[in-house]
Design a protein around this ligand. Structure first.
Ligand code: 1GP
Length: 249
């Protein structure tokens, strides 16, 4: 089994363009709706689907969502885990990630030690990734007990990124937190890109194409959006329900 398939594919694509990944939280909608979102992402030209969320992830909602997605899309499905409690054998890869700026040792190495034997047993491709939470951090900052990096301390982000790289991690993720009022500052991304040799992922608070372009120009290698998808699906559902209500009143 090729254990670096997804990462190799991502590295290949990153050498040519900035990638987009959509984050789908199995706790936010039914597996079928999740699969529909994944299919919308694929049609829109996204590069991979990340599955995960800070709270409410169970083995059941994770497996069901991943399985429903697999029927609909060919894009790689990557688990974006919060803890070792739920790991799906059906994903194409898992971010084997450490929240480097957490004050909770479990988030830094404990969950990883618990999850590692399952990843091995299931034969899932692990993608080693350093992950840091930047102000405001939102739910993931709280749940992860992050010692949050200030928005005006890009050097601190660089130092974490270098540490991730020197520890052998293959990706470095700057997280502003899902639903953050603003994305990661452009200066922080620029400085990370100038100093790091591993790809930089940026997520949290990215709502419109202009913002996404700005982050891509600053050097982000992968841009992740989550909330925007949920809002779209709610809107679509709202409209469908409204029209159905009018037509079948
Ligand atoms: C994943 O936190 C992001 O890293 C998702 O953030 O929900 O704000 O897009 P949004």
């Amino acid at each position: 089994m090729n254990q670096t398939k997804v990462l190799a594919h991502l590295y290949d694509k990153i050498s040519e363009e900035t990638l987009h990944m959509g984050l789908i939280d199995p706790d936010e909608q039914s597996p079928e709706e999740g699969a529909e979102l994944a299919s919308t992402l694929e049609k829109a030209g996204s590069d991979a689907v990340m599955v995960g969320g800070s709270t409410g992830i169970t083995q059941e909602n994770l497996d069901e969502t991943v399985n429903a997605m697999k029927k609909e899309i060919d894009l790689p499905i990557i688990h974006f885990p919060t803890e070792a409690g739920a790991i799906s054998p059906h994903v194409d890869a898992i971010y084997f990630m450490s929240m480097l700026n957490s004050k909770d040792l479990n988030k830094v190495i404990g969950e990883q030690v618990r999850g590692a034997p399952y990843v091995k047993k299931m034969g899932i491709e692990p993608i080693p990734m350093g992950y840091v939470v930047v102000e405001p951090g939102m739910t993931v900052g709280k749940v992860g007990k992050a010692d949050i990096i200030s928005r005006d301390e890009p050097e601190s982000a660089v130092n974490f990124g270098l540490a991730a790289q020197y520890l052998g991690m293959r990706l470095f993720y700057l997280e502003a937190g899902s639903g953050a009022p603003e994305p990661i500052p452009v200066e922080m991304i620029k400085l990370c890109k100038e100093n790091l040799d591993i790809p930089v992922i940026v997520g949290g608070g990215i709502r419109d194409p202009e913002q996404a372009r700005e982050l891509a120009v600053a050097g982000a290698d992968i841009i992740v959006t989550g909330t925007v998808l949920e809002e779209c699906s709610t809107l679509e559902k709202k409209l469908t329900d409204m029209i159905a209500a009018i037509k079948h009143e």
